[in-house]
Write a protein that binds this ligand. Structure first.
Ligand code: SAM
Ligand code: SF4
Length: 332
């Protein structure tokens, strides 16, 4: 076993996205159907298992962990996980502990997250129009999420907004979103919708390529390409009028796999080395099968040695999802 986690293409894994639940209080139209069936709770890794798994990966060089879901802040007693993992921030082994959230629970959790060492978070927000927000999220109240953003900023958390580009919505919203984000000192990242999970609409109708959206943005804003790379898939531009940044994540129209340093673990402990991967490796069995970490490390090494070179998603009319697994299982 080598100390670091390096895959067959020489990419060293530093970044874990850890899903803690598949449950959510919203039902975003590009993410899940209204009648989605969630996993029984007994299937989920316990906090002890989530901590043990994270700690084993930190020992092997992972220095950034993003907690995600479903909606991670809905998992009961979720602060225990943050508080436990914060010891790795204190030791310096972990560079960053962060989360992606829809913001509905932030007013409740922002201060405690900051106290546990979280400094930056991603909040998903696709629109600033209350009616559109209710339509896109099916159950959401925009004011609750905006209160969450206020609370997070007051607590000292730096926020990046994530917006999925949805045809028929984002074109009308984008100028307002940019002005809102940059007016409050937040970057905003735009994401192309990916064909993960079954929907009750044709995803081809939702898909809005970011090349097209960028051209629209450029009609009203001055965009300068900049070299900022966060180690992730986003390509950034700076907006002349605001000084703020817009990130573009284009899993559909451009591949970004060659520099991918991340792995994902589902709430049931399946390790996915690529968003496009089908089955994943069962780390829960390895965790439960022995008290020492040898089996766990062997399962991790085996999976990472097989990390694919990249994914190849396609959205065609009537074609259905590339994978049955919705984004809420792996958390994006
Ligand atoms: N519930 C949290 C949230 O919405 O921020 C965390 C989980 S959510 C699955 C993580 C991110 O994935 C969100 O920014 C969401 O907009 C995005 N997402 C969900 N389904 C997607 C899809 N099919 N394609 C692209 N992004 C998607
Ligand atoms: Fe829930 Fe996030 Fe999926 Fe929306 S994108 S339904 S908030 S998990």
């Amino acid at each position: 076993m080598s100390a670091f986690l390096t895959d067959g293409y020489g990419r060293t894994i530093r970044y874990l996205r850890l899903s803690v639940t598949d449950r959510c209080d919203l039902r975003c139209v590009y993410c899940m159907t209204d009648d989605v069936v969630f996993l029984p709770r007994r299937e989920l890794l316990s906090f002890e298992e989530l901590d043990r798994l994270s700690s084993a990966l930190i020992e092997r060089g992972v220095d950034k962990i993003r907690i995600t879901g479903g909606e991670p802040l809905l998992r009961k007693d979720i602060l225990h996980l943050f508080q436990g993992l914060s010891r790795h921030l204190a030791s310096g082994a972990l560079r960053e502990l962060t989360l992606t959230t829809n913001g509905t629970q932030l007013a409740r959790f922002a201060r405690a997250l900051f106290a546990a060492g979280v400094r930056r978070i991603n909040v998903s927000l696709d629109t600033l129009d209350p009616a559109r927000y209710a339509t896109i999220t099916r159950h959401g109240d925009l004011a609750t999420t905006l209160d969450g953003i206020d609370a997070a900023q007051s607590a000292g958390l730096k926020i990046k907004l994530n917006a999925v580009a949805v045809r028929g919505v984002t074109e009308h919203e984008i100028d307002r979103l940019i002005a809102f984000a940059h007016g409050r000192g937040m970057d905003i990242t735009l994401i192309e919708t990916m064909p993960l999970g079954h929907l009750d609409v044709d995803r081809a109708d939702q898909y809005l390529p970011l090349d097209e959206l960028r051209s629209r943005i450029a009609e009203h804003w001055t965009l300068e390409d900049i070299d900022d790379r966060t180690g992730g898939p986003a390509r950034y531009v700076r907006v002349g009028e605001t000084g703020g940044r817009i990130g573009f994540i284009t899993p559909m129209s451009h591949s970004f796999c060659e520099t991918c340093n991340r792995i994902r673990v589902s709430a049931t402990g399946r390790l996915y080395t690529c968003l496009g991967e089908h089955g994943g490796a069962d780390l829960r069995a390895a965790l439960r099968g022995s008290e020492g970490d040898d089996k766990l490390n062997a399962a991790i090494d085996h999976a990472i040695s097989r990390k694919p070179k990249g994914h190849d998603f396609e959205i065609r009319r009537h074609s259905g999802p590339a994978l049955e697994r919705p984004m809420s299982v792996l958390g994006g």
